[in-house]
Design a protein around this ligand. Structure first.
Ligand code: ADP
Ligand code: ZN
Ligand code: MG
Length: 477
């Protein structure tokens, strides 16, 4: 029996997080605004208006191109893609066709088996988004707010070979887009939208067979499921001697099934021609250089450097570089603390990440700054507070506007390391729990931990638990 492999190429549309739209002064982000409240004569295509290109859109495109090793075109053009649809009031979309902002390039990304995959890029182009329509009962409503929102479309070569790799590519692309401050890239909000092209072929063949295209998927998990289903379906069809038709398929996330939408338009249907209302985009050497000089270290490079420079496990490095401000936070804390980086990593991954998740914010917005976290770590190292106190202190700093030192002083959190004082608390605790003491002596030595816990509670967490443990053991003897 023939074994088959999947051939997958992606076309991903990303909404750029500029302040204004691509060709007018309307706000770009109209998410949650009332329908048709964020429109003007330009983005609704009234006669006689002229588009003016938003410079930041070009700059963001160049940043992404540079990060993905693409060839940046010093001159690129806008074109008209003509089609009729109710969400497109101009009757055409301004996009880039034969000379886009960037061509070629690739993204290397790690996968679960420990290896790396490379996806080559075909091109990247800038364009405007269309509006939205919504069906209610038997009426269809149109909302033009999204018309003219800047998009960058990233088209890959058909280099992906599985649903899992496709999901990984999207995770890394999303990470990069956020890292470079190009987009929130939230698929659920439509800020990143992905069309997946899929075909199959016998392993060993390099044929590009008839493909289908999956649209309208709004999460990375759903894309992975949709592709996995489609690969299985194509293999079943081919094994049954049937042909694959070039369908466009729509993913129904609730039912977990693909439905046929329509057969595909061809390029000729769009009658592309140069946009006569816009000049060519000329990226002067000075402008280009200014953009490139501001490129930060990229996430996967930083991930590798964290392993090399701080001897962090891959797992830690991956999490700490999942988001740029978190990786900045980590490095700043390591610098200020001047202690073991792995210890900083542990505190970040356990306690700081919990705070970030609970508050749904990024690390740069914490009140618990790297300065404060480094202070807390130093206090723990110097044994002026114990680890548990350190962990509650961290939460208290975040919730208040006080410094760690102020809280320690105000709440008397300094760790009790004085042997005599701890001994008194231990003695009191044991005399309050005679039946547990009896069980312990009868052989239930696992109660030791419970005794330590009681002492911690009695002392408001201030006792050094290791000292307490030794003293309790000694007293019980
Ligand atoms: P179309 O003519 O349908 O627009 P393109 O050649 O423009 O197709 O490619 C669109 C996307 O589909 C690209 O991401 C490309 O990598 C991918 N693709 C092209 N051919 C195949 C194929 N046979 N199987 C899977 N993906 C493909
Ligand atoms: Zn407008
Ligand atoms: Mg095409």
């Amino acid at each position: 029996m023939t074994t088959y492999e999947a051939v997958i190429g992606l076309e991903t549309h990303v909404q750029l997080n500029t302040i204004t739209k691509i060709f007018c002064a309307c706000r770009a982000d109209s998410w949650q605004m009332p329908p048709n409240s964020n429109i003007c004569p330009v983005c609704t295509g009234l006669p006689g208006v002229l588009p003016v290109l938003n410079k930041t859109v070009v700059e963001k495109g160049v940043r992404l191109a540079a990060a993905m090793n693409s060839k940046i075109n010093d001159v690129s053009f806008f074109d008209r893609k003509n089609y009729f649809y109710p969400d497109l009031p101009k009757g055409y979309q301004i996009t880039q066709y034969d000379v886009p902002i960037a061509e070629g390039g690739y993204l290397d990304f790690p996968v679960a088996d420990g290896g790396t995959r490379r996806v080559r890029l075909r091109k990247m182009h800038l364009e405007e988004d269309a509006g939205k329509t919504r069906l209610e009962g038997n009426l269809r409503y149109v909302d033009f707010n999204r018309c003219g929102v800047p998009l960058i479309e990233i088209v890959t070569e058909p280099d992906l070979r599985s649903a899992e790799d496709t999901a990984q590519y999207l995770i890394r692309l999303r990470q990069l887009l956020r890292w470079l401050d190009l987009s929130e890239a939230n698929m659920e909000r439509g800020q990143m939208r992905c069309d997946a092209n899929i075909s199959i072929r016998p392993v060993g063949s390099d044929a590009l067979n008839t493909k289908t295209e999956i649209k309208n998927v709004n999460s990375i998990d759903a894309i992975q499921s949709a592709i996995a289903n489609e690969i299985k379906r194509q293999i079943r069809e081919v094994q049954a001697g049937n042909e694959i038709h070039p369908w466009t398929l729509d993913w129904d996330d609730n039912a977990g099934v693909l439905r046929m939408m329509r057969s595909k338009e061809t390029e000729a249907d769009y009658r592309y021609f140069r946009e006569p209302d816009l000049l060519p985009v000329r990226l002067t050497p000075g402008w280009k250089q200014a953009i490139l000089e501001q490129m930060p270290e990229l996430p996967l490079q930083r991930r590798q450097r964290f392993m090399d420079e701080y001897a962090l496990p891959e797992y830690d490095s991956d999490i700490l570089t999942s988001e740029r401000s978190l990786s900045d936070y980590f490095e700043e804390t390591v610098r200020l603390y001047a202690g073991d980086p792995k210890k900083v990593s542990n505190w970040l991954m356990n306690d700081v990440l919990r705070l970030l998740n609970e508050k749904n914010i990024t690390a740069d917005r914490l009140h618990l700054t790297p300065v404060y976290l480094a202070d807390i770590l130093k206090m723990v190292d110097q044994k002026s507070i114990n680890t548990n106190t350190g962990k509650t202190l961290l939460v208290k700093v975040e919730e208040s506007s006080r410094t760690p030192a102020e809280i320690v002083k105000a709440e008397g959190l300094v760790q009790l390391s004085d042997d005599h004082a701890i001994r008194l608390i231990c003695e009191a605790m044991l005399s309050e729990n005679p039946s547990e003491v009896e069980s312990y002596r009868a052989g239930k030595t696992t109660l030791l931990g419970w005794f330590v816990g009681q002492v911690m509670r009695k002392s408001g967490g201030k006792v050094n638990p290791n000292l307490a443990r030794g003293i309790i053991e000694e007293l019980l003897k």
